[in-house]
Ligand binder design. Structure first.
Ligand code: FAD
Length: 520
C-alpha cells in the first residue's frame, strides 16, 4: 500500500543518513545501494556487540557494519556486492559469537552478518512430522530448535553440551557431545543445506545434489559458504533422563569402561557417554559441579589417596514415563559391567530438556557472580586412543599441576560415525578422545588463574604433544600460519584449497579463521 511504501521510504532515508554519518561516502555507495529486506546497522553499540567473542582473547575491533538479514536472498545480495566490487570486503556470518579466537570477526573493513537477529524476520523452524526432520534458519540457536521440535514430541539426535550456539556455527565445526559415539557429530545428522557461496550464489546441497559443497561446508569453518538453512534429522524425544556420575582413580580402568560403553549398540546401552578429569579441589570451582550438591557431597579424600588425579564417568539413560518401572533394573544391569569405585555413584533424574539445557543453568550462576564474561583460553583436542594414556601422564598428571581453573572433559568417539567426506578433521584412528580444557582466566585471581599462565600452559601442552609425537588434532582449530593449517588438514588440504578457489575465489568469507589471505 501507499502507506507502507511511504514508511519504508522514510526508514530507508533514516538508514542512509545514519550510514553517511557513520561510514563516509565510499562505503555508503557500496552498502547503501544494496536492495535488501534486512537491516544494516552502523550504531557504535551494535558494532561493539559483535566485535568480541566468548574467548575474549583478542582486542575488539569494530567492523564497518553489521547486517541483520531476513532471508537467504538478503545474505546473497550482500555477498554478491562484495564479490562484484573492485575491492572485495570481508563478510562473516556470526552465529552467537561463541568462538574463542575471533573466528567470527571480520576486521574494520568487513561486514558481520548477524545470523541470530530474530527481529529481522528470519524463517521459523519448520517441523515435518512424517519425514522426521526440521528445517531451520542457519542462525537459529539449538535451544530454540529443541523447544520447537519438542512441541511435536521430536528432537534432534546429536547435541552440543551447551545449547546457546547457532546451527550454522556448530555445523561449521562438527557439533559434539556425549551422543556422538552413537549418532556421530551434528554434521552427521544433516540432510540438506541452503548455502550462499562466496560468489553470492544460493545453492541447495545434500547427499544427492551439489554433494561436494554439502560435505565441504560441514565442518568447513565457514570457508565455502554461509549456511542459511539446515535440514536436521529428528527422532522421537525421550521424556526423562537418568543422569549418573561415577568416579575412578585408575585412568586405565576409566578409559577401558568408556571404550566399552561406546562399543555398545542397539537398545541396551547408555545414550550419552562423557567424562571429566579432577586434578584438584577444582570440583568446588568447577562450573559443572552443581551435580555434586551439598546434599550429596563428594568426599574426595574417601576415594583418592594422596590427592592424585580422579576421573569421573558421566552417563545417561533416556526413557519414557511408561518405562519408569523397569528403568532401575535396566540401569543396574548396564552398570554391573563397569569397574568404578563402588562408593562413588551420584544419580539425578530429570526431564530431557533440563538435561540438554544443563550448562545454561551453570551459565546463569556464573553470570550472577560476574564470572561468565571473562577471558576463556580454551583448548580442545582430539587425541588418538593409542596415545591417550601418554597424554594422561604428560598433561593431566604432569603439565596441569594441581590447579585447573575450569572443567576438563574427556570422552571417546567412534570415527566410523564421522563422514570422511566432510571437512572436519579427526585423528587417523578408529577411536579418538575429545579432551576439552575449558578454563576461565581471572585478572585478580591467583597466578595459576591468570590468562598468561593458562595460555602458556596451552602452549606447553601442544609442545608436549609435538615432542611426544602424539598426533592430536585441534577441535575448533586455531592456527597462526598457513603451514600449520596445511598440517592440520593433512590429506584433506588439497580438496579444501581447491574448494576455496571454486566457491570463494576472492576470499570473502569467514576471514577470522585466518586460513587464507584476505580478500583481493
Ligand atoms: P560463531 O562463533 O558465531 O561462529 C563460528 C564460525 O562459524 C565463524 O567462523 C563464523 O563465521 C562461522 N559461522 C557462523 N555461522 C555460520 C553460518 N550460518 N554459515 C557458515 N559459517 C558460519 N562445541 C561443541 O561441538 N560441543 C560442545 O559441547 C560445545 N560447548 C560449548 C560451550 C560453550 C559455553 C561455548 C562458548 C562453546 C561451545 N562449543 C561447543 C563451541 C561451539 O560449537 C563453537 O563456538 C561454534 O563456533 C558455535 O558457536 P556460534 O554459533 O556462536 O558460532
Amino acid at each position: 500500500s501507499r502507506e507502507t511504501m511511504t514508511s519504508s521510504f522514510l526508514l530507508m532515508t533514516f538508514a542512509i543518513c545514519e550510514l553517511i554519518i557513520a561510514v563516509g561516502p565510499s562505503e555508503l555507495l557500496r552498502l547503501g545501494a544494496i536492495d535488501v529486506d534486512g537491516h544494516f546497522t552502523f550504531h557504535p553499540s551494535d558494532l561493539a556487540s559483535v566485535s568480541s567473542d566468548f574467548g575474549m582473547l583478542k582486542s575488539p575491533e569494530n567492523p564497518l557494519a553489521v547486517f541483520q538479514p531476513s532471508s537467504t536472498e538478503d545474505v546473497a545480495r550482500l555477498v554478491r556486492t562484495s564479490y562484484g566490487s573492485a575491492t572485495a570486503f570481508p563478510v562473516s556470518a556470526r552465529g552467537h559469537g561463541h568462538s574463542i579466537n575471533g573466528q567470527a570477526a571480520v576486521g574494520r573493513n568487513g561486514v558481520v552478518v548477524e545470523m541470530n537477529h530474530r527481529e529481522a524476520g528470519t524463517p521459523e523452524p519448520l517441523v515435518r512430522l512424517k519425514e522426521m526432520y526440521v528445517d531451520v534458519w542457519g542462525g537459529e540457536l539449538w535451544v530454540d530448535v529443541l523447544k520447537k521440535t519438542l512441541e511435536h514430541g521430536l528432537a534432534p539426535k546429536s547435541w552440543t553440551d551447551y545449547l546457546y550456539l547457532s546451527v550454522g556455527g556448530t555445523l561449521s565445526n562438527a557439533g559434539i557431545s556425549g551422543q556422538a559415539f552413537h549418532h556421530g557429530p551434528q554434521i552427521s545428522n544433516v540432510l540438506e543445506l541452503d548455502v550462499v557461496t562466496g560468489k553470492g550464489e544460493v545453492m541447495k546441497c545434500s547427499e544427492e545434489e551439489n554433494t561436494r559443497l554439502f560435505h565441504g561446508v560441514l565442518g568447513g569453518l565457514g570457508q565455502f559458504g554461509i549456511i542459511t538453512r539446515a535440514r536436521i534429522s529428528l527422532e522421537p524425544a525421550p521424556q526423562r533422563v537418568r543422569w549418573i556420575r561415577v568416579l575412578y582413580s585408575s585412568f586405565k580402568v576409566f578409559t577401558e569402561d568408556q571404550e566399552y560403553l561406546i562399543s555398545m549398540h542397539g537398545q541396551s546401552k547408555f545414550d550419552y557417554v562423557e567424562g571429566f578429569v579432577i586434578v584438584d579441589e577444582g570440583l568446588v570451582n568447577n562450573w559443572r559441579s552443581s551435580f555434586f550438591s551439598p546434599r550429596n557431597p563428594v568426599k574426595i579424600s574417601s576415594v583418592s589417596s594422596n590427592g592424585s588425579v580422579l576421573y569421573c564417568l558421566e552417563i545417561t539413560k533416556n526413557y519414557h514415563d511408561s518405562e519408569s518401572e523397569t528403568i532401575d533394573q535396566e540401569i543396574e544391569i548396564l552398570m554391573k559391567k563397569l569397574n568404578f569405585i563402588p562408593t562413588s555413584v551420584f544419580t539425578t533424574d530429570l526431564q530431557y530438556i533440563d538435561f540438554l539445557d544443563r550448562v545454561h543453568k551453570a551459565e546463569l550462576k556464573l553470570r550472577s557472580k560476574n564470572l561468565w564474561g571473562v577471558p576463556h583460553p580454551w583448548l580442545n583436542l582430539f587425541v588418538p586412543k593409542s596415545r591417550i594414556s601418554d597424554f594422561d601422564k604428560g598433561v593431566f598428571k604432569g603439565i596441569l599441576g594441581n590447579k585447573t581453573s575450569g572443567p576438563i572433559l574427556i570422552y571417546p568417539m567412534n570415527k566410523d560415525k564421522w563422514d570422511d567426506r566432510s571437512s572436519a578433521v579427526t585423528p587417523d584412528e578408529e577411536i579418538f578422545y575429545l579432551v576439552a580444557l575449558l578454563r576461565s582466566a581471572l585478572s585478580d585471581g591467583e597466578e595459576t588463574q591468570k590468562l598468561e599462565y593458562l595460555k602458556d600452559q596451552n602452549r606447553k601442552i601442544l609442545e608436549f604433544c609435538e615432542q611426544a609425537k602424539i598426533n592430536v588434532k585441534q577441535y575448533l582449530p586455531h592456527h597462526a600460519t598457513q603451514e600449520e593449517w596445511v598440517e592440520h588438514f593433512g590429506d584433506k588440504w588439497d580438496r579444501f584449497r581447491s574448494m576455496k578457489t571454486e566457491f570463494d575465489p576472492r576470499h570473502i568469507l569467514a576471514t577470522g579463521q585466518r586460513i587464507f589471505r584476505n580478500p583481493s
